[in-house]
Write a protein that binds this ligand. Structure first.
Ligand code: GRF
Length: 220
């Protein structure tokens, strides 16, 4: 439990697109499941629908538009400067499509969470649902992990799992995965903000015990 006198966890959300995970996080802040202050939503894409969702809730938004930078280095510097100026307790990647550079990951190590639409370590990268179908997998799901410089490699905290049905296709898998994402992402964020979940850059601790394998939430 969080002591009500404790300052709330200050979080920033990075998005690139639709922002349905962001929307769920906002709803869980509003219904007080999450005791966090979402201080800013930052997008690399000026057209991201998630920006509208944040503005509707009165949350500060910022666009760091990749297409307006001369090169990747200048874009990365701009994001780093913005993040250092906010110095959040937690950075929530919610459909953020740019790979964070090594420097950024090292500065904020232990403070960055990501949600990925597969059962990591399987299916890192993009197009996970189709690859799962192509490989006739029996199980699919989503993973929340701490971010390290290597793409989708950070330690996994919690996973949502379900059995793939014969009639499932890419779209139905995407819907099922996203429903699970909404559940597990807020759980992990809650643990983090209650200081129950810690990553010291080597090991993950949950409730003072080393987390050796992810918590599993099965679809009903
Ligand atoms: C999610 O499926 C997440 O797994 C992936 O990007 C998607 C973002 O969706 N990283 P949304 O923008 O939250 O709707």
């Amino acid at each position: 439990m969080v002591d009500s006198d404790q300052p709330k966890c200050r979080a920033v959300c990075l998005i690139s697109g639709s922002g349905t995970n962001l929307q769920t996080i906002i709803e869980n802040i509003n219904n007080e499941m999450l005791q966090i202050e979402l201080v800013s939503v930052i997008s690399d894409n000026p057209k991201a629908k998630g920006l509208k969702r944040a503005k509707r809730e009165g949350i500060d938004t910022k666009i760091i538009d990749y297409s307006t930078y001369k090169n990747r280095r200048e874009f990365d510097e701009s994001l780093e400067i913005e993040m250092l100026s906010i110095n959040p307790d937690l950075i929530i990647l919610a459909g953020y499509m740019k790979i964070l550079n090594i420097n950024f990951c090292n500065i904020f190590v232990g403070r960055i969470l990501n949600i990925h639409p597969s059962l990591l370590p399987k299916y890192k990268g993009l197009n996970t649902h189709q690859r799962v179908i192509d490989n006739s997998e029996e199980l699919h799901g989503a993973s929340v992990h701490f971010v390290v410089p290597e793409l989708d490699e950070g330690p996994v905290i919690i996973q949502y799992q379900f059995e793939i049905e014969r009639h499932d296709d890419r779209d139905s898998l995407q819907k099922k995965v996203q429903q699970g994402e909404y559940i597990i992402y807020s759980k992990a964020i809650k643990w983090f903000c209650e200081k129950r979940l810690i990553f010291d850059s080597e090991k993950v601790y949950l409730d003072n015990k080393v987390l050796l394998k992810p918590s599993i939430v099965m679809k009903n």
